[in-house]
Design a protein around this ligand. Structure first.
Ligand code: GLU
Ligand code: ZN
Length: 294
């Protein structure tokens, strides 16, 4: 095994895996295995109220049926709360984060960018959201597929929430802490998260954590124009369609799977994918229409 490559897949159980998540899982799996690296799995169960009952089990069962084997223990974010809380306390103590008591109504009308109302208000943290102060600086990186991408955090994002008012921890904070804790060197995921990446780079810098390489695969768009993103609800991927859907996912990633693979079992498709993986063939686009993949 190659310890200089550690990849991961990090599903959110607010729904079942859909074709878009299969494409992201496949890309991260093949990129890791082709490099002789490790491939970890992390359940991003940060938001129990939004969880679909049974989704965690269904996701694991789908991954297994589709032939994905992960290394080591499955990590659950519900077991990581003590670390998230400790980091938030440290950021608060350093004045890098602050409590925000703004209501949804007060936040409306700023184009989604927090106007900084509570920055120097000194609110108590209990029952308040915690926001991270962002600098008026651009955070930029070179994505392996999407190319250069940057955001001026102050102007384009604003101070963002790292713990919600209801006490739940925010994805942006948890993902950065967990990727570092698990030693992840390569983040391969859907392009819906491209514009989360500059926030994550800032957090890594602030916390002295290493910056992984990034590869964002195109997001799959439904015939009705619907994006297959985190919030998209669809039925579980059918077990009996594992072969055909893996083949379609390979092709969505630009991999030139031969017609002889039609009817092949998942293990054979994944083995072909590892042997022939060429990330430079992934379409350099943020979205792909599912209709063109059939
Ligand atoms: N949990 C996120 C999702 O399902 C992925 C997070 C990540 O890969 O950074 O969309
Ligand atoms: Zn506020």
């Amino acid at each position: 095994m190659n310890d200089s490559y550690i990849g991961r897949f990090a599903p959110t159980p607010s729904g079942y895996l859909h074709f878009g998540s299969l494409v992201a899982a496949l890309a991260s799996y093949l990129d890791a295995r082709a490099a002789g690296g490790r491939w970890l799995l992390r359940m991003e169960d940060l938001d129990p109220p939004r969880e679909v009952p049974g989704a965690q089990d269904a996701i694991l069962r789908t991954l297994e049926t589709y032939g994905f084997a992960w290394d080591g223990e499955l990590v659950y974010q519900r077991d990581r709360h003590a670390e998230y809380a400790a980091v938030i306390e440290r950021l608060l103590a350093q004045g890098l984060a602050y409590a925000c008591t703004c209501s949804r109504k007060q936040l409306a009308g700023h184009g989604g960018i927090y106007p900084g109302t509570c920055r120097d208000a000194g609110h108590a943290e209990h029952g308040a959201a915690i926001r991270l102060r962002v600098p008026q600086l651009e955070y930029r990186f070179v994505d392996r597929v999407q190319g250069e991408f940057g955001q001026q955090l102050g102007r384009e994002v604003g101070d963002f929430v790292i713990r919600r008012r209801d006490g739940l921890f925010a994805y942006q904070l948890a993902v950065v802490l967990d990727d570092a804790w698990q030693g992840v060197t390569d983040v391969v995921r859907g392009a819906d998260l491209l514009d989360s990446t500059p926030r994550q780079l800032y957090l890594q810098e602030l916390l002295g954590l290493p910056q992984p390489r990034y590869l964002h695969v195109p997001l799959i768009i439904q015939p009705d124009g619907h994006k297959l993103g985190k919030s998209y609800r669809s039925p579980p991927l059918p077990a009996e369609q594992a072969g055909p859907l893996l083949l379609r996912a390979l092709r969505a990633l630009g991999q030139q799977a031969p017609t002889e693979l039609q009817g092949a079992a998942p293990a054979e498709l994944l083995a072909w994918g590892i042997a022939h993986w060429d990330a430079s063939r992934i379409p350099r686009s943020r979205t792909l229409a599912e209709a063109q993949l059939r």
